[in-house]
Design a protein around this ligand. Structure first.
Ligand code: SAM
Ligand code: SF4
Length: 337
């Protein structure tokens, strides 16, 4: 399909002067796990015809990078269960303006996809892992297989990504030994780790978030019972606060959407599996980019115009307090976490 581009601004700046340089794109709402804080046991997934095609996603990637976006994260659902997803990585990996193509995955498919991902230009991967205990892992993911994920991590380590990071959602269900065990795991493997505060998204029937919520400070205190943990002013351009443990390469991050606000420096937007541009994870403001893509196939300048206009809608901040602001709490699996 011929793609035509006309003159348009090359930066995305919102009403509050924040420049958007980072896009998280969800490529499927499907997943081979059913994590308790993310999905319900029985899911109804979006009909395939309503999903963006991989070609439409590649065109979005082109539009965003021509508008100044420098980092694209592919997520889901489980992005690696989307058929032919490697072809999307290959197309995005060739975008001249893109500085970083990255991925968040549950690791279940890495055993066979780590190498093609590296060859497509992915340099860093986030792998979500909440437990190294097979039974607890199964309880959290409901259907996940820990050994498959561990084999996937081994494959990724063998391929030689620049950085591999574990994402761990802090939930009450776990013993303290598990948190310390996960830290030992990343220290041993030269990986990073980020602890994420649970957000009130998705269907949380088995683990009501008010009961399972653990603030980042509590995890930090626990790590400090065993290690010297030093605050740094390092940043990856996102909401994480980083710490270091002397004599180790490992970076320990905390993402604390409930206990810390980071909206004033927000540089990101999300695209759902259905092509809806979400201006804020904690608010409903959005624009239907699929409509634009399908009304004007191949018209890159229309798409860029729609994205540029959408910046007017980016709200000043999120609100994860249901009582104050009853937004439709979307499943993380369709918004891409
Ligand atoms: N399936 C992939 C995975 O698990 O890494 C990518 C999608 S998943 C929705 C992206 C990230 O969101 C994961 O690290 C997951 O742990 C996190 N997540 C899901 N539900 C969450 C919640 N309610 N609060 C905080 N993080 C959540
Ligand atoms: Fe699947 Fe990731 Fe959600 Fe777990 S967190 S159910 S792996 S999309």
């Amino acid at each position: 399909m011929a793609i035509h581009s006309q003159e348009s601004p090359n930066r995305l700046v919102d009403r509050f002067g924040r420049q958007v340089t980072y896009v998280r794109m969800s490529v499927t709402d499907r997943c081979d796990f059913r994590c308790v804080y993310c999905m319900s046991e029985r899911m109804t997934f979006i009909p395939r015809a309503q999903l963006l095609t991989l070609e439409e996603m590649a065109m979005l990637g082109q539009a965003f990078t021509e508008l100044g976006v420098r980092k694209l994260r592919i997520t889901g659902g489980e992005p690696l269960v989307r058929k032919n997803v490697i072809s999307l990585f290959r197309q995005l990996g060739r975008l001249p303006e893109l500085e970083e193509l990255t991925l968040t995955t549950n690791g279940s498919q890495l055993e066979h996809l780590a190498r093609p991902l590296r060859e497509a230009g992915v340099k860093r991967i986030n792998i979500s892992l909440d437990s190294l205990d097979p039974r607890r892992f199964r309880r959290i993911t409901r259907i996940g297989n820990l050994s498959k994920v561990l084999r996937g991590i081994d494959a990724a380590l063998a391929v030689g990504f620049e950085r591999l990071k574990l994402n761990t959602v802090a939930i009450r269900d776990r013993g303290d030994d598990e948190i310390l065990g996960l830290l030992d795991f990343v220290l041993d493997h030269g990986m990073d780790i980020t602890f994420i505060e649970q957000m009130p998204a998705g269907i949380d029937a088995d683990a009501p978030s008010s009961q399972s919520f653990v603030p980042s400070e509590e995890i930090l205190e626990l790590l400090r019972t065993r290690h010297e943990v030093i605050a740094t002013d390092e940043t990856s351009g996102g909401p994480a606060r980083y710490y270091r443990i002397p004599a180790h390469a490992t970076r320990v991050g905390f993402i604390s959407p409930r206990s810390h606000s980071f909206c004033e420096s927000c540089n990101r937007v999300r695209v759902t599996t259905e092509g809806r541009l979400l201006l804020c994870l904690g608010q409903d403001h959005s624009v239907d980019l699929k409509k634009v893509l399908r009304a004007h196939p191949g018209d890159l300048s229309r798409l860029k115009q729609a994205i540029t206009r959408a910046m007017e809608l980016k709200p000043e901040g999120h609100d994860f307090n249901r009582a104050r602001h009853p937004v439709a709490f979307r499943n993380m699996s369709s918004t891409g976490g």
